[in-house]
Ligand binder design. Structure first.
Ligand code: TYD
Length: 208
């Protein structure tokens, strides 16, 4: 079996930058890496972008055109396809899979939408657990500073409130799921990368 690593965090936490750096780190060490993300680029991911997200601006902000439950089900359907078509086969081939967001995003965001956490956990129970889920933690204020260009001005307060509640949810989830490890994502890109590598060496390679 390969190694399955997930990066999580609120919008603007730096997940995609760190995912790329981590992928390069593994490749330099001779591993075959699959770098992936949720929502995916499959038909389900496209449906989510069309029905739920705000045209590539700040993700899930301006309210779904669909019910929150349908939104959670779409993210879960996208995830099921992601696992069956890509994640599981890659792990079976011994590859390193790095996913930018996974089911913890559904718990943190859809819980912030007001859905029941237990229902969300049940809904996502099919999702294989990663070896480690790294939570890139930044305060909502810092997130807003970073995503300013992506945010719609008139939506600022609502976006800020959502980011704040999603961040708090992530921190609560970190107490419930032992595989979630927190990294302070206010540091420099290089320092964050170093912290992530430290965790990977400690949590994954110590077991090898
Ligand atoms: P994001 O990582 O911003 O994707 P992209 O940059 O490709 O648009 O994710 C889009 C938004 O979707 C983000 O605000 C988080 C949200 N989201 C959920 O609410 N639930 C989920 O299960 C996932 C995977 C994402």
């Amino acid at each position: 079996m390969g190694v399955f690593i997930v990066l999580e965090g609120i919008d603007g936490a730096g997940k995609s930058t760190q995912a790329k750096m981590l992928a390069e780190w593994f490749e330099e060490r001779g591993h075959e890496v699959v770098l992936t993300k949720e929502p995916t680029d499959t038909a389900f991911g496209k449906l989510i972008r069309r029905l739920v997200l705000t045209g590539g601006r700040v993700g899930i902000i301006d309210g779904a055109k669909i019910s929150h439950e349908a939104e959670a089900l779409l993210f879960a359907a996208d995830r099921a396809e992601h696992i069956h078509k890509l994640i599981r086969p890659a792990l079976e081939e011994g590859k390193v899979v790095i996913s930018d967001r996974y089911f913890y995003s559904s718990l943190a965001y859809q819980w912030a939408r007001g859905l029941d956490l237990e229902w969300l956990i049940d809904l996502n129970r099919f999702a294989i657990r990663p070896d480690i889920a790294i939570l890139l933690d930044i305060p909502a204020k810092e997130s807003m500073r970073r995503i300013k260009g992506r945010a719609i001005k008139t939506e600022f307060d609502r976006i800020f409130e959502l980011q704040r509640s999603v961040r708090n949810n992530y921190l609560k989830l970190a107490e419930m799921f032992p595989e979630i490890r927190i990294v302070n994502a206010q540091n420099s890109v290089e320092d964050i990368h170093r912290d992530i590598i430290g965790l990977i060496e400690q949590e994954i390679f110590k077991r090898a």
